[in-house]
Structure formats: C-alpha cells, structure tokens
Design a protein around this ligand. Structure first.
Ligand SMILES: Cc1cc2nc3c(=O)[nH]c(=O)nc-3n(C[C@H](O)[C@H](O)[C@H](O)COP(=O)(O)OP(=O)(O)OC[C@H]3O[C@@H](n4cnc5c(N)ncnc54)[C@H](O)[C@@H]3O)c2cc1C
Length: 386
C-alpha cells in the first residue's frame, strides 16, 4: 500500500473522501450493469447535484460551491474510478456549458441558467462537433440567420454527450453569411433549450465504451432561438469554446487518471489472490514490475494534472500544460488498462471482471476534447514558438 501524498488541503481531502464514498457505494457496484444496458438511472444526475458536484466551480451567488479547479478534479477522478460514464457527464457539464455561461454570459443568462445547473435540475451539454467537423472544429456548417428578435438555426451537431437529457446546450454555429465567410470568427455560441421549436434528438451512438453515457446527434430544423440566447459577442463563439476546452482537457485528464487508478486497484487485488505455480501472482517479479510501472505512470499522470490545476488556480496560462496533462493521462489510462487485462489473463478478456470495461472506457480519452494528435499539435506549437 502506497501512502497518499499530503499536498492536498484538509478540505480537498474531505471532498476526495465524499466523492470516493459515493463512487464506492453508488457507482462501482452498478457500472458493469449500466454498461451492459447502455444507460444509467436518471437519478444519478440529481445525486451528483445533491453532493454539489455539478456546481463545484460556480460561485456561491449562482448556487455553486465556489471551489478551485484542483478540488473539482480530485472529485472527478474518484467519480471516474467508480464509473467513467458518470464522470464524462460531470466533466462536460462543469467544464464546458456552466463555465462558458459563467465566463461569457450576461447577468440575466447567469441568473436564469446557473443556479438550476448547479443543483443538477438542468444538465448541460456542449455541441461543437458535426459529422464533417471534428478535429477541425472551425469547419462547422450549422447556420444561424437573424430574423427579427430571433435567430433561426439549421444543421446537425454530432457526438453530443448528454444531448438527449440536457436542458441547456451550448451550441457553436455560424452567424457569418455565405457571401462573407469569416472562418472561426464567423462562429457564435448560443444557449439552446430542448423546448425550442425545431430541436430534435437524432441517432444515439452505439459505442465501444462509456456505454452508459448517452452520445447523440442533434438536428436543428429551423430552430428559432431568441436573440437574448446569444452568448457574449457575435462571432466569438469559437474563441469561447477553445478557451473552455482548456478546462475540459483537465477534466478528461482527471477522468483518465480515475480509470487508470481503478484498473490498477483491480489488478493488485486480483494478482494477490490468484495463485499459479503454487503461489500468488504478486510473488513473480515480472508481475510485481508490471504493477510498479502501472503505479509509477499513474502517479506521474496525477502529479502532472494536480500541478497544472494548481497553476490554473493561481491564474497562470496553462494551455500547453493542460494539453500535456490530457495527452499523458489518456495514454497512461490506455496503457494501464491494457496491462491490467494482461495480468488478469483470460479472465481479463471476459465481462466477469471490470478491467475489460475500463479498457473500453479508456480509449475515448485519447479521442475526444481533442485527440492525442491534436494535443501534440498544441504542445508542439508551444515548444517550438520563439
Ligand atoms: C464518446 C464521445 C463523446 C463526445 N462528446 C462530444 C461532445 O459532447 N461535444 C462535442 O462537440 N464533441 C464531442 N465528441 C466529438 C469529439 O470531440 C471528436 O470525435 C474529436 O474531436 C475527433 O473528431 P473526429 O471524430 O471527427 O475525428 P477526425 O477529426 O476526423 O480525426 C480522425 C483522426 O485523424 C487525426 N487528425 C485529424 N487532424 C489531424 C492533424 N491535423 N494532424 C494529425 N492528425 C490529425 C485525429 O487525431 C484522429 O486520429 C465526442 C466524441 C466521442 C467519441
């Protein structure tokens, strides 16, 4: 047993314990069943809200806990260790729509949306990607046209986490005109609610992992959005989204750390009790070395994440460091879960044990909120800039 390092404050350790208890009691025992049926009870969102986990970064005046990023990411790691599908709902909600409204919204938008988002009464989603615009997100084609005191939106958003259960969706759409395209400066952010006429939930993706987290297409068919739902300034939506994705990347790094932590814990437990050649697997040095490497890479991922989060909380520019954290943590999660399956042997390859699910859940952390290749582009640009 490795001692926990004590760089966390007493309050942060308390938050960690609350999240760990919730994960142990409510998530870990159910994650396998939710994965099999590809859904989880709707009450989970409210339970996260009741614990304050859906408004951790929001100031108290908007119903949040007013906590620092590190506290939030510590809680997110524990939730991810219990169930990565629950963690992505929490990460997207906290890092993207709520943060965008807080950072760029009008006072009326903040008071209308944030208190209900903080309790989990309203879950948030972030709709940037489209079928033809993924890594190159500035290529979105969903179009908004001004019509009196509203905007009329047409187009399709893809891969929207929480999209079929969110009450608040931050959507990035074009507000420039076909005759005057302005690239990423022609994109604006809108606060969409599913009650608006012309809002439709489309195909639900049948995914390899994160199966209990709904990922859906949304279609906007003449969706009429009141003008006061434009977030911030017209033409700034892409800039807002990119700034918010910095926090999002730390959230996905925390999710990856949580998945790796769970895989390591399962591997330690299993190799202690599994006997071959008359002794526990942990007594073979090849096994012990593998566990040592898993623990070391996990510790490095967590240390990088915590250092970056603490720097962000001090107001430092952490763009490239957030990309490094996400890159390293997600590739660690993939590597650690692969090793865990190896340590379980054939039992790692079947659904009787959770490591095959953790392996499937880990993969997407290398893909969404900027793939590993995109993180390397961000880091590469930073290290080669003069
Ligand atoms: C489960 C899940 C949930 C998601 N949730 C959301 C969400 O809530 N909101 C949202 O907006 N989006 C969401 N996404 C979309 C996600 O962000 C995109 O899938 C991701 O950005 C990659 O885009 P793409 O899938 O179109 O792949 P592509 O951009 O087509 O990339 C395909 C491959 O090419 C590589 N590639 C692309 N460009 C370059 C380059 N310049 N150099 C080197 N390699 C490159 C990529 O790294 C990747 O390996 C989600 C995706 C998944 C799978």
């Amino acid at each position: 047993m490795i001692e926990t390092l004590t760089h966390l404050s007493e309050q942060q350790r308390e938050i960690q314990q609350v999240a760990r208890d919730f994960a142990t009691e409510r998530l870990t025992p159910n994650a396998g069943a939710w994965d099999r049926v590809s859904e989880q009870p709707a009450s989970i969102v409210r339970e996260l809200g009741d614990l304050g986990f859906l408004g951790m970064l929001l100031p108290e005046e908007y119903g949040g806990l007013g906590l620092d990023s590190l506290s939030y990411l510590i809680a997110l790691e524990e939730i991810a260790a219990g169930d990565a599908s629950t963690a992505v709902a929490m990460s997207v909600h906290n890092s993207l729509p709520t943060e965008m409204i807080l950072a760029f919204g009008s006072e009326a938008q903040k008071t209308t949306f944030l208190p209900k988002m903080a309790t989990g009464e309203w879950l948030g989603a972030f709709a940037l990607s489209e079928p033809e615009a993924g890594s190159d997100a500035s290529a979105v084609s969903t179009q908004a046209v001004r019509d009196g005191d509203s905007w009329v939106l047409n187009g399709t958003k893809a891969w929207v986490t929480n999209g079929n259960r969110a009450q608040v969706i931050l959507a990035m759409v074009r507000t420039d005109t076909p005759g005057n395209r302005r690239g990423s400066r022609g994109i604006s952010a809108f606060i969409i609610t599913p009650d608006l006429p012309g809002f439709h939930v489309g195909k639900k993706e049948d995914k390899m992992g994160l199966r209990a987290s709904p990922t859906v297409q949304l279609s906007f068919d003449g969706l009429r959005v009141p003008a006061d739902r434009l977030l911030g300034a017209e033409g700034q939506g892409f800039v807002y989204a990119m700034q918010s994705l910095e926090a999002g990347r730390l959230g996905i790094a925390a999710q990856a750390v949580g998945i790796a932590k769970a895989a390591l814990e399962h591997a330690i437990k299993y190799t202690r009790q599994r006997h071959q050649f008359g002794k526990p697997l942990t007594e073979f040095q090849a096994v012990e070395f593998k566990l040592a490497d898993m623990a070391t890479r996990l510790h490095a991922s967590r240390a990088m994440l915590h250092t970056t989060a603490a720097a962000k909380d001090r107001g430092e520019n952490v763009g490239a460091h957030a990309a490094m954290s996400k890159l390293f943590a997600s590739e660690t999660a993939m590597w650690v879960t692969t090793q865990a399956i190896q340590l379980f042997g054939g039992y790692g390859y079947v659904t009787d044990y959770p490591v095959e699910r953790l392996f499937r859940d880990a993969k997407v952390t290398e893909i969404y909120e900027g793939s590993s290749e995109i993180q390397r582009i961000v880091i590469g640009r930073a290290v080669t800039a003069s």
